[in-house]
Write a protein that binds this ligand. Structure first.
Ligand code: ADP
Ligand code: ADP
Ligand code: MG
Length: 464
C-alpha cells in the first residue's frame, strides 16, 4: 500500500504545520476547510502567535533561535509522531526544501506535503536543475556546467561568457548567497566571501556562476502535479519588484507578457515538471530579457509567498489542491478550464525601514486598522498587541487585491494601503504606497533593478 492510499483510508487525518507566521495560519485554515486536524509547533518566542491559537493542538519545540525550534528536524518530527499526525506541511523557508528532513519524514511513514526527497535533491539544487532544464531544451542563462570550487576556475568561465557574472549558492534561497562581479578582481574577492555566506546560511558552500542578465523581468510559473501524472500550470506571476534579490511586490498576470510568450513559458514549466515526475505545488522561475528571450533560473519545490495572486485570478485554492494531492486525490480541474479572470497585485507588508537599507524594525504593535472591501484580501498573523520577534522574517502581512483590470487593481491597492494602519513599529506601507504612484510601476515596464532606481529617485527628491 502506498503512503497516499493509506492516508486516503485513514479517517483521522491530521497535519503538523512545520512553520510559523502568515503561512502557518494559511495552512491551518485550508486544512480546517478540508476537515483535517491541525497541530502547530512553536518556539518560545512564538507562544502568543496566531498559529498557536488557531490550530487544534500546539506544541512548543524549543527556544527562539530557528536552529533550536523550526529548523530542528528531530523536534519537529517528534512532535508529529507524538500527536499522531499523518502528514507534515512545511510551508516555505525553514525545512520546506530540505531533502534530509523529507527522508526522515518518509522513513516514519508520515507524508511530507511536497515532492519526494529524491526530487528535492535533484531539482532543489539549483546547479543540477540548470542541467536538467538544459538537457530538456529549456533555455537557461549561460554559465558554469555544475559546481565551481575555486575563484580561478570561476574567472576562467567568466572570461568565456563575459562580465558581469553572478555567483550563486546552489542551495540558496530568499535572495541570499548571491553576488555580482563586474570584473576578475571582484570575482576573486567575492568568490570566497560568497562561499562562506552560503556555508553559514545553507550549510553548503557549493557555488555556480551565471551571466548577469541586465535588467530582466522575473517571471515565474505556478504548477500543480498530482500522483496520477496530471500536470497543469496556472499562468505566471511577475515578481520583478525586488529588494536585494528578494521579492516585494508580485502581480498576475504579468503586464508585459503576450499570449504567445505566456504559452511558451508555461509549456516549458510543464515539460520540466513532467520530466522530473514532480508531485505537489511548485514554481519554475525564469528571467525574461528586454528582447523577450526567457531563461530558467530555478525551481521552488514548495508553496510560495506570492501564491495568492494566482489564486485571485484563477479561483483555484492552491493550498487545498496541494494538500489534497498529498492525500492522494487528483487535481480538481483541467488545464483547459483555467482562465485568467482578472488582475491581482500583492504587496508584502514588512517590519522594515525601507529608506534605511530595509533594516528590520521588530517590536510591539500597539494598534492595527485593517483595510477591507470588495477584492481585498489580507493574509497575516499579526493582531493588536502582537510583538514582532527579532528572530525571524520581517514579513507582517500580505495585502492582496484583485480587480477586472490592472489599472483598477492599482487604484484599489492605493486606497487599500492608505487605509492600512499599523502603529507601534515602522513598516513599509508608505513606501509601497509611493511605488503604486511611480510611473515605471504604473506602466508595468519595471524590472528587477527598479527598487535601486526608485530609491535613488527618492534620495534626489529629498535633496531638492
Ligand atoms: P518566495 O520564494 O516564496 O517568493 P522568498 O524568496 O521571500 O519567497 O522566501 C520566503 C521565505 O523563505 C523567506 O523567509 C526566505 O528567507 C526563506 N527561504 C527561501 N528559500 C530558502 C532556502 N533555500 N533556505 C532557507 N530559507 C529559504
Ligand atoms: P533565490 O533562490 O534566492 O530565489 P534566484 O536564483 O531565484 O535565487 O534569484 C533571485 C533573484 O536574483 C532573481 O529573481 C533575479 O532578480 C536575480 N537573479 C538571479 N540570477 C540572475 C541572473 N543570472 N541575472 C540577473 N539577475 C539574476
Ligand atoms: Mg528564486
Amino acid at each position: 500500500m502506498t503512503i497516499s492510499s493509506w492516508l486516503l483510508n485513514n479517517m483521522k487525518n491530521k497535519i503538523l504545520i512545520a512553520n510559523r507566521g502568515e503561512i502557518a495560519v494559511r495552512i491551518i485554515r485550508a486544512a480546517k476547510e478540508l476537515g483535517i486536524g491541525t497541530v502547530s509547533v512553536y518556539s518560545s518566542a512564538d507562544k502568543d502567535a496566531l498559529h498557536v491559537k488557531l490550530a487544534d493542538e500546539a506544541i512548543c519545540i524549543g527556544s527562539e533561535r530557528s536552529k533550536e525550534s523550526y529548523l530542528n528536524m528531530n523536534r519537529v518530527l517528534s512532535a508529529a509522531i507524538a500527536t499522531g499526525c499523518n502528514s507534515i506541511h512545511p510551508g516555505y523557508g525553514f525545512l520546506s526544501e530540505n531533502a534530509a528532513f523529507v527522508e526522515m519524514v518518509e522513513s516514519c511513514q508520515i507524508k511530507f506535503i511536497g515532492p519526494s526527497a529524491e526530487t528535492i535533491r535533484q531539482i532543489g539544487d539549483k546547479s543540477t536543475a540548470r542541467k536538467i532544464a538544459k538537457d530538456l531544451g529549456v533555455p537557461v542563462v549561460e554559465g558554469s556546467d555544475g559546481i565551481i570550487d575555486t575563484a580561478k576556475e570561476a574567472t576562467k568561465i567568466a572570461k568565456k561568457i563575459g562580465y558581469p557574472v553572478m555567483i550563486k549558492a546552489t542551495l540558496g534561497g530568499g535572495g541570499k548567497g548571491i553576488s555580482i562581479a563586474y570584473n576578475s578582481d571582484e570575482l576573486e574577492q567575492l568568490f570566497e566571501k560568497t562561499q562562506l555566506e552560503a556555508m553559514s546560511s545553507f550549510g553548503d558552500k557549493s557555488l555556480y556562476i551565471e551571466k548577469f542578465i541586465e535588467s530582466p523581468k522575473h517571471i515565474e510559473i505556478q504548477i500543480l502535479a498530482d500522483t496520477f501524472g496530471n500536470v497543469v500550470h496556472l499562468f505566471e506571476r511577475d515578481c520583478s519588484v525586488q529588494r536585494r534579490n528578494q521579492k516585494m511586490i508580485e502581480e498576475a498576470p504579468s503586464p508585459v507578457l503576450n499570449s504567445t510568450l505566456r504559452k511558451k513559458i508555461g509549456q516549458s514549466a510543464v515539460k520540466l515538471a513532467k520530466a522530473i515526475k514532480y508531485e505537489g505545488a511548485g514554481t519554475m522561475e525564469f528571467l525574461v530579457d528586454s528582447k523577450g528571450d526567457y531563461y530558467f533560473i530555478e525551481m521552488n519545490t514548495r508553496i510560495q509567498v506570492e501564491h495568492p495572486v494566482t489564486e485571485m485570478i484563477t479561483g483555484v485554492d492552491l493550498l487545498k489542491e496541494q494538500i489534497s494531492i498529498a492525500y492522494g486525490k487528483p487535481i480538481s480541474f483541467k488545464q483547459q478550464s483555467l482562465k485568467i479572470l482578472g488582475h491581482s497585485i500583492e504587496c508584502r507588508i514588512n517590519a522594515e525601514d525601507a529608506l534605511n537599507g530595509f533594516m528590520p524594525t521588530p517590536g510591539k504593535i500597539t494598534n492595527i486598522i485593517f483595510p477591507g472591501g470588495n477584492g481585498v484580501r489580507i493574509d497575516t498573523h499579526i493582531y493588536p498587541g502582537y510583538v514582532v520577534p527579532i528572530y525571524y522574517d520581517s514579513m507582517l502581512a500580505k495585502l492582496i487585491v484583485v480587480a477586472k483590470t490592472r489599472k483598477e487593481a492599482i487604484k484599489k491597492m492605493r486606497v487599500t494601503l492608505e487605509g492600512f494602519m499599523i502603529e507601534g513599529i515602522e513598516t513599509n506601507i508608505e513606501y509601497q504606497y509611493m511605488i503604486m504612484h511611480e510611473m515605471e510601476f504604473i506602466k508595468g515596464t519595471y524590472d528587477t533593478s527598479f527598487i535601486n532606481r526608485f530609491n535613488k529617485r527618492l534620495e534626489e527628491r529629498k535633496l531638492e
